[in-house]
Write a protein that binds this ligand. Structure first.
Ligand SMILES: NC(=O)c1ccc[n+]([C@@H]2O[C@H](COP(=O)([O-])OP(=O)(O)OC[C@H]3O[C@@H](n4cnc5c(N)ncnc54)[C@H](OP(=O)(O)O)[C@@H]3O)[C@@H](O)[C@H]2O)c1
Length: 371
């Protein structure tokens, strides 16, 4: 064998070994460490924590130290929280590549949950936006707990008086994602025609309503049992994916918002208008490459096609929460609540969400505490 082929083979072997070593390292889950001991006299609260990657059974419902507020912080006593696919991705540390930022082997941060609504019970000395007694909702790591502590300038806003705590708690991740997918990434305009694939789930139920509020003609995709619900949310037409494939229809869309990844990019392009847009919000599940295939293909295809296809990552921002609170207060947006679980049963809520059969949002009732 020539020397250059020997060098090439050697390099390939080194790269292969490094990739394999990285794959083994990031997929290894050594199990839980014992729970931290809370010193006697410390003020505690109930919380759901994740100290090792795994299924819902790996979550623990514990007494943990109640965090103290800094000068710019507010303390919120939660009334309700909501579960999202993001929570089970954190719980499992999956796709494994997430562990590069979350912690190799075990999560660095045991707090679980993001979406919440509750009442401000304490404020730091420099807080000016909120006062004790304010009803609020927002997004903050550690929302599967009795209290969250956060700086007042983060993703938290006043809850409209005519909106319940559970209606508000359901909003942050799912509705902000729907809003940013339609308005910011999809640039949806009044009179345009949009297709929402996954219209009956957490993001989809908001996407249908927000697209209507933006003045679009809305087509949704869901299974037979959810067709009436999606029509009830305001969709102008619904495809029952058990009976028909939306990519076989004669419709042409300005925008497709895809939560599911059930159809190929080529098939989706077939029902996009020339120059149309497609926003990939979610897709196939998997620990390794499956979730990234479609976004990667879209990235590679983009320079060669007229349509705009790309993946988005939502960011919870106060101004978007304010906008959504306004729609809720006006009665133009509502949270479609599927099930409610007490805080102690958060693991069961996530087990249900992982079936990918939730109809709208799944709520954690934080007022229903159990020992
Ligand atoms: N990119 C981001 O920033 C971002 C943010 C939030 C969420 N996400 C992702 O977006 C996806 C959706 O989130 P979600 O909160 O809406 O999840 P979800 O509530 O668990 O969605 C469940 C819904 O998916 C529907 N569904 C399942 N298979 C379907 C299919 N083949 N065709 C059409 N609908 C189908 C189900 O409807 P049926 O029971 O009728 O089948 C169910 O109502 C997830 O993958 C999530 O990780 C991404």
């Amino acid at each position: 064998m020539k020397l250059r082929y020997k060098i090439l083979n050697g390099l390939l072997a080194v790269v292969g070994t490094l990739v394999l070593a990285l794959a083994i390292t990031i997929s290894y889950s050594p199990g839980c460490t014992p729970p931290p001991v809370v010193a006697s006299g410390t003020e505690t609260m109930k919380a759901v924590v994740s100290r090792c990657y795994g299924g819902p059974e790996s979550l623990e419902y514990l007494d943990v130290e109640k965090p103290d507020p800094g000068p710019n912080d507010i303390v919120v006593r939660l009334e309700a929280a909501a579960v999202n696919p993001l929570d089970y991705h954190y719980m499992r540390g999956s796709p494994y590549v997430m562990r590069l930022s979350m912690g190799i082997g075990r999560p660095d941060d045991p707090r679980m949950g993001v979406d919440f609504a509750g009442v401000v019970v304490e404020t730091g000395d420099d807080v000016s936006r909120f006062a004790v007694g304010d009803a609020v909702f927002g997004g903050r790591a550690g929302a599967f707990a009795e209290y969250v502590v956060m700086p007042e300038d983060r993703a938290i806003v006043a809850k409209p008086d005519n909106v319940s705590f559970e209606q508000a708690a359901a909003i942050p991740i799912a509705a902000v994602t729907a809003l940013q997918a339609l308005r910011d990434h999809g640039r949806l305009e009044a009179g345009e025609k949009v297709l929402i694939n996954g219209a009956s789930g957490g993001v989809g139920t908001y996407a249908v309503q927000i697209a209507k509020a933006l003045g679009a003609e809305v087509h949704g995709v869901c299974s037979t049992r959810n067709v009436d619900m999606v029509l009830g949310l305001g969709a102008d037409h619904v495809f029952d994916y058990k009976q028909e494939n939306y990519t076989d229809s004669d419709n042409e869309y300005d925008l497709i918002v895809d939560m599911v990844g059930s159809q190929s990019l080529t098939a989706n392009r077939g029902v996009l208008k020339p120059g149309g847009r497609m926003v990939i919000v979610g897709g196939l599940k998997g620990n390794w490459l499956a979730p990234f295939w479609q976004p990667l293909k879209a990235m590679m295809l983009s320079p060669f096609i007229d349509e705009e296809i790309g993946m988005m990552l939502a960011e919870i921002r106060s101004e978007d929460l304010e906008f959504l609170a306004g729609l809720m207060a006006d009665g133009r947006l509502g949270s479609r609540i599927d099930r409610r679980y007490p805080l102690a049963d958060t693991a069961e809520a996530l087990r249900y969400l992982e079936t990918q059969r939730a109809r709208g949002k799944v709520i954690i009732d934080v007022t229903a505490l159990s020992e």
